[in-house]
Design a protein around this ligand. Structure first.
Ligand code: HEC
Length: 187
């Protein structure tokens, strides 16, 4: 082997080792990011059987502990008590009066049958839970529906596709100027 050839070989080795080390560094530095993606509990991830048609929205974990935005009442025939709650991103946006809502905002509308208080005749309390309705803001993923993904659930299961086709139309027709959200922060 001439000295030029062996010099060339050495250089090739050196380049290969440098590349391998670089690759390793890239892999190692992105590892926490990859793991966090895999473990993230987002509304759009999880069991697909529990996700809404069209949007793939699921019931967010811990929503029963979320802060109240406003209660509402629905007249007959539904005749329901309701409460709209939001995650921290939603609450922060409401408090700052920020419109449109930032990506990551999640709004949940809880609903119950009306029930007369067993202790006090004129008091109405929540009876059986009827539906859980969810709106998730992701301006890229849901660009064709104002940036919102919708999900409506009964007993933890999403309702059919036809019902999910109605969501955006009604919110768009009446609440477009408020980023498609009806509920205002209760005073
Ligand atoms: C016919 C109109 C209409 C349709 C259809 C509709 N909504 Fe709504 N939605 C409302 C109104 C009005 C409110 C305000 C709160 C209330 O009165 O219950 C609301 C409130 C909400 C909220 C709380 C945030 C906000 O905008 O105030 C969520 C979440 C929600 N709806 C989800 C859904 C989902 C999911 C669907 C489809 C399965 C849907 N909505 C279909 C009228 C509609």
């Amino acid at each position: 082997m001439t000295s030029i050839e062996s010099e060339k070989k050495k250089r090739t080795y050196a380049t290969a080792i440098t590349l391998a080390v670089l690759l390793l560094v890239v892999l190692l530095t992105s590892m926490p990011y990859l793991v966090s993606i895999a473990l993230a509990e987002g509304p759009a991830r999880g069991n697909t059987a529990d996700a809404s048609p069209i949007f793939g929205v699921t019931i967010p974990q811990g929503y029963k502990q979320w802060e109240l935005i406003a209660p509402a009442e629905e007249a007959a025939p539904l005749d329901e008590l309701r409460a709209v709650v939001g995650n921290q991103t939603a609450i922060d946006a409401y408090q700052a009066g920020k419109l449109p809502f930032p990506d990551g905002t999640i709004l949940v509308k809880r609903a119950w049958k009306r029930k007369q208080s067993p202790e006090f005749a004129s008091a109405t309390i929540p009876g059986a839970a009827t539906t859980v309705q969810v709106m998730v803001k992701d301006s890229k993923k849901y660009a064709s529906t104002g940036g919102w993904g919708f999900g409506r659930f009964i007993d933890g299961k999403p309702v059919d596709e036809a019902q999910h086709r109605t969501c955006f139309a009604c919110h768009e027709a009446r609440a477009k100027s408020r980023d498609y959200v009806f509920t205002r922060l209760a005073p």
